[in-house]
Design a protein around this ligand. Structure first.
Ligand code: HEM
Ligand SMILES: *[C@@H]1O[C@H](CO)[C@@H](O)[C@H](O)[C@H]1NC(C)=O
Ligand SMILES: *[C@@H]1O[C@H](CO)[C@@H](O)[C@H](O)[C@H]1NC(C)=O
Ligand SMILES: *[C@@H]1O[C@H](CO)[C@@H](O)[C@H](O)[C@H]1NC(C)=O
Ligand SMILES: *[C@@H]1O[C@H](CO)[C@@H](O)[C@H](O)[C@H]1NC(C)=O
Ligand SMILES: *[C@@H]1O[C@H](CO)[C@@H](O)[C@H](O)[C@H]1NC(C)=O
Ligand SMILES: *[C@@H]1O[C@H](CO)[C@@H](O)[C@H](O)[C@H]1NC(C)=O
Length: 327
């Protein structure tokens, strides 16, 4: 397994930059070394068996971690079911009939609880699971700093407003990343997460049939891709939940072909293809399309950064016993 130099620092610098002014406790690569020494193995095995059962679950776990971190920080709020005290985020527009992988986190949590009761947070499990999902599908490996704690509430409104939509302009999506302490480069490289997994036809159908309000398709979309997408996603409502690979070439392999597709006008989501419509982001897309190693390296860095957004540490929050409910 590849090890990075940063593995030898107990406290991750990237999280320090996020946390230094907000929190007295820091995340730590060795956080559970004495309290749950088999944690990494338990999570790895749980993700591996889920992938053996269904390849797509790797993508779903990666996205779930993103949807956790972008809504009130990485504190496991996306995992909470609705309760009498709050409405959960599972029915927010970007998650409803879309976010998946909850059962996998439950199963891993159950095994972790058996080995080390009330010790490991659900959000740390999700963070590790997303890392393993990427690694096990052929992507980079990076060290995950641990010690996040689980939040006590969820916020459906925040899920609706803070998660990016595939229909909003690049500037708005950029603003959402910047508001989380991430930058333009993080946004472009993390969009590379779309090298695995699927999108429902409803998330890009206007590009196929009515991009301009006058019944024309998106003029940028590659002609032959347009024709094949129209077969899977015909212009009728009952095709809305049909699935299309976000990276048509290698949808279960974590590689840089997502970026190569954008270069030849074969991005699926409008927000994906828009990365080529701006000089600054296009330059990054081009370099990731040419240099797979650069993509791997930068993806790991930006994931580590994303996993520090708004974390709870020390005495904040709690260690949930069941990821779906507050203790
Ligand atoms: C840049 C703004 C982003 C937008 C607008 C966006 C939008 C979407 C949409 C619409 C889908 C399809 C959902 C469905 O049809 O059910 C999707 C899937 C996915 N997204 Fe994103 N996304 C963005 C960023 C990210 C990031 C940062 C990651 C992770 C690093 C990510 C990882 C994924 C994955 C892996 C899938 C496939 C999930 C599956 O197959 O279950 N996305 N995204
Ligand atoms: C295996 O994957 C299917 C979806 O393909 C899912 O419905 C089922 O719950 C999964 N089983 C396990 C044990 O993960
Ligand atoms: C709601 O919050 C109160 C006070 O924090 C707590 O005692 C109660 O168990 C919570 N109910 C649920 C369903 O989470
Ligand atoms: C939920 O999020 C919205 C939008 O970010 C915010 O205005 C609201 O104050 C939040 N609600 C709670 C209870 O934190
Ligand atoms: C983009 O952001 C601006 C400013 O916040 C907002 O007025 C506009 O409605 C947003 N556009 C879309 C399509 O969400
Ligand atoms: C675009 O690039 C992708 C990924 O390299 C490839 O699979 C696809 O065939 C290309 N399409 C065209 C029209 O060149
Ligand atoms: C972006 O590139 C176009 C040519 O592709 C050029 O005309 C334009 O000046 C560039 N804009 C910026 C801000 O660099």
């Amino acid at each position: 397994m590849k090890q990075r130099a940063s593995a030898f620092l107990a406290i991750p610098l990237v999280c320090l930059l996020f946390q230094i002014t907000f929190s007295s406790s820091q995340l730590d690569y060795k956080f559970y070394d004495s309290t749950c020494p088999n944690l990494a193995k338990i999570v790895r095995n749980g993700v591996l068996s889920a992938i053996v059962n269904e390849t797509r679950i790797a993508a779903s776990l990666l996205r779930l971690h993103f949807h956790d971190c972008f809504v009130d920080g990485c504190e496991g709020s996306v995992l909470l079911d609705d309760s009498s005290n709050f409405t959960g985020e599972k029915n927010a527009f970007p998650n409803r009939n879309s976010a998946r992988g909850f059962e996998v986190i439950d199963a891993i949590k159950e095994n972790v609880e058996k080995a080390c009761p009330s010790t490991v947070s659900c959000t740390d499990i999700l963070t590790l699971a997303a890392r393993d999902a990427v690694f096990l599908t052929g992507g980079p490996f990076w060290q995950v700093a641990l010690g996040r704690r689980d939040g006590l509430t969820a916020n459906e409104t925040a899920a609706n407003t803070d998660l990016p939509s595939p229909f909003e302009p690049l500037e708005n999506i950029t603003a959402k990343f910047v508001s989380k302490g991430l930058d333009l480069k993080d946004m472009v490289v993390l969009s590379g997460g779309h090298t695995i997994g699927f999108a429902q036809c409803s998330t890009f159908k206007p590009r196929l049939f009515n991009f301009d309000g006058a019944g024309n398709p998106d003029p940028i979309l590659d002609e032959s891709l347009l024709a094949s997408l129209r077969i899977v996603c015909p212009n009728q409502d009952d095709s809305d939940t049909n699935l299309v690979a976000l990276d048509a070439a290698t949808s279960s392999k974590f590689d840089n072909s997502y970026f190569r597709s954008l270069v030849n006008n074969s991005g699926i989501l409008q927000s994906d293809q828009d990365l080529m419509g701006d000089n600054q982001t296009a330059a990054l897309v081009l370099s990731y399309s040419k240099f797979p190693f650069l993509f791997s390296k930068d993806f790991g860095k930006s994931m580590a950064k994303m996993s520090c957004i708004g974390v709870l540490t020390g005495q904040e929050g709690e260690i949930r016993k069941n990821c779906r409910v507050v203790n």
